[in-house]
Design a protein around this ligand. Structure first.
Ligand code: APR
Length: 283
């Protein structure tokens, strides 16, 4: 649809109608798709925001280009930038945001079909979202292994190395000749996504609502998820800026606002605000 011409039809939906749809009880299967924007208020920078984004601040690691920090080929030649970043980002230092609690609340209400996340900070789990309702498409710090012989390593072993000051590069001790780098199971550029990402696709065939929050939708195949939502269920974008092709369908709703503010406004409209704030306060 060429947005430059007046759309042939009036938009049928706005945030209020989405809230009414959820409050009505008809909306039983919500697909949530999130990115780094939902963790920025927790203190974890996103990647591409102009001044505060990680890629704008990785200059100090003199990378060929910012994304190299997550590139498996570059990592093999120079693992220090990644481990330096991992030292800053390691889970356990950050508290989930009220947006993470909103995803947990959808689950408590029994209407969270699945939450697809690109984030590696495991804050969805920390907020109470159960593992079976999560697809961590870019992996996470939750486990680690040697990138050469694939030997798994215990959490506290790698944590000691990464949290050491200065950081100690964790190398494989499994067999004398291996000596490979031990890397958290985060999906680097050049690595395949977890098998469960593709097997989770079919879940999108039967949803009542899709909510996309805090992502630039720049990195495929994750960025293709909103387009995989069948025509019919409304798609709600909560983001600082318009992204992807959300807005091109009649029932799309675009709410350009900080996600923590947006979820409070949405929950107030539904009648869930007190419950949301209490859930977050207990996190
Ligand atoms: N509220 C709403 N939107 C926000 C907020 C916020 N508090 N903070 C940031 N945003 C928006 C930004 O405007 C941007 O559109 O969230 C989006 C963040 O985009 P990115 O920084 O590109 O993060 P993400 O989409 O998760 O990146 C995808 O890129 O480098 C890879 O693997 C990495 O998973 C990552 C992937």
């Amino acid at each position: 649809i060429d947005e430059s011409i007046e759309p042939l039809y009036l938009k049928r939906r706005d945030l209020k109608s989405i809230a009414e749809y959820i409050a009505s009880g008809e909306c039983q299967k919500v697909a949530v798709m999130v990115g780094a924007g939902i963790s920025t208020s927790a203190g974890i920078p996103d990647f591409r925001s102009p001044d505060t984004g990680l890629y704008a601040n990785l200059k100090r690691l003199d990378l060929p280009e910012p994304e190299a920090v997550f590139d498996i080929t570059y990592f093999r030649t120079n693992p220090l930038p990644f481990y330096t970043l991992a030292h800053d980002l390691y889970p356990g230092k950050y508290r989930p945001t009220i947006t993470h609690s909103f995803i947990h609340l959808l689950h408590k209400k029994g209407i969270l079909k699945m939450c697809w996340t690109q984030n590696i900070d495991t804050l969805e789990r920390a907020a109470g979202v159960p593992g079976e309702k999560l697809v961590e498409a870019h992996g996470s710090f939750a486990s680690q292994r040697c990138i050469e012989c694939k030997a798994p390593y215990p959490d506290d072993w790698i944590k000691q190395h990464i949290l050491a000051n200065p950081v100690e590069i964790p190398t494989c001790k499994d067999t004398p000749e291996c000596n490979g780098l031990v890397k958290p199971d985060i999906v680097f550029f050049g690595e395949p996504l977890p098998a469960e990402f593709s097997s989770s696709m079919e879940q999108l065939d039967d949803v009542d609502l899709a909510i996309v929050m805090g992502t630039s939708l720049m990195v495929y195949p994750f960025a293709g998820l909103p387009t995989r939502v069948p025509h019919g269920p409304p798609r709600l974008l909560i983001n600082n800026e318009k992204v992807g092709e959300i807005g091109s369908r009649r029932d799309d709703v675009i709410f350009l606002k900080e996600c923590d503010e947006a979820v409070k406004i949405l929950c107030k409209e539904i009648g869930w605000l007190d419950e949301l704030e209490k859930l977050w306060a207990d996190t």
